[in-house]
Write a protein of this length. Structure first.
Length: 320
């Protein structure tokens, strides 16, 4: 027997209990946070890497994930710190364009040990079975395309220079091998100098200034990427040698504009937007099923961009 009668406030509270319990039971589903995908890339000052990061970011958000975009600036130490950040933030997956084929292995292993799969885009690492996927452009195939075009515009003869990318980057070596394997078939083409400009435009400008003092009669420059090609052409133009034939690699908007202007002669387009989106799709598949359904290492062919088709180009993409 109740010691005191229920008043109207007590009755309201009692009636509200089932509703409160129902609401409380539903709260975890309503308040559940989206899974986080960390996107770690080199400097977005390079339009290639910016397009890569933007594509992965947009795709992940469209698929219902939160994103965290981080920049390592090709510094392995910084990259390692960013992996720690991704682990601390409990990222579900990492999309990565790495800061060194050897230096990155430990960071990817660390993430894997923390239960976070890594999906590499653009650059491979020197290890198998560590990353969940490694998606790259077919750099050798692309380099042979670029080299064949270079030989063509050079008239299959003359002195030329090769600018090589960052020497710790697997892609730099693969592209250089593709160039050399192809151009060695043309006996009248003579490589008089080869130097690394570390994928950097300012460094390529400086290196080319020195090279043209040593070899004032070069006829062409074949570059490991578009950023270096732009730096080289700027140095050549400043020295009154804007007629020297330059071919790049990446398919950047700035080089496409230069081709349209009749300056740089060609570039090799990497389908970086497609690669980035594919990496996110495979991360989503992995998170849902525990596997991607694909081989770890996947390659996609590159496409030549020259005056014949540059009108069909737009932002790292070439329409049929």
């Amino acid at each position: 027997m109740l010691k005191s009668p229920l008043n109207w406030k007590s009755i309201v509270r009692l009636l509200a209990i089932p509703t409160l319990l129902l609401t409380a039971g539903a709260m975890p589903a309503v308040a559940q946070q989206k899974k986080l995908i960390a996107i770690i890339v080199p400097s977005p000052e390079n339009p290639f890497f910016k397009a890569e990061a933007d594509a992965a970011d947009a795709k992940a958000k469209a698929m219902g994930y939160d994103t965290l975009v981080l920049v390592h600036n090709d510094d392995p130490v910084k990259q390692d710190q960013l992996f720690d950040t991704a682990i601390a933030r409990k990222a579900a997956a990492i999309i990565l364009d790495n800061a060194g084929a050897d230096a990155t292995v430990a960071a990817v292993k660390k993430a894997k040990a923390a239960g976070i799969p890594s999906f590499l885009v653009d650059r491979e690492i020197n290890a198998n079975g560590v990353a969940a996927a490694q998606l790259v452009s077919n750099n050798y195939q692309g380099a042979t395309l670029g080299a064949e075009e270079f030989a063509k515009v050079m008239g299959e003869q003359g002195d030329y220079v090769e600018l090589i990318g960052k020497e710790t980057d697997t892609n730099a070596g693969i592209r250089s091998k593709g160039y050399n394997d192809t151009l060695s078939q043309y006996p009248k083409l003579k490589k008089v100098a080869a130097q690394s400009a570390n994928w950097n435009q300012a460094e390529a400008f400086q290196k080319m200034q020195t090279i043209i003092q040593q070899y004032p009669n070069i006829k062409g420059v074949i570059s490991g990427n578009d950023t270096m090609a732009l730096g080289a052409y700027a140095a050549l133009k400043a020295a009154g040698k804007g007629n020297v034939l330059v071919v790049g690699f990446d398919g950047s908007p700035d080089v496409a504009a230069s081709i349209k202007a009749g300056e740089i002669k060609a570039t090799v387009l990497q389908p970086v937007v497609h690669l980035s989106e594919l990496a996110v799709e495979e991360a989503d598949q992995f998170l849902k099923t525990g596997k991607t359904g694909k081989d770890e290492k996947q390659t996609i062919d590159c496409v030549l961009v020259n005056p014949d088709n540059v009108a069909n180009y737009s932002a790292f993409n070439l329409k049929e």
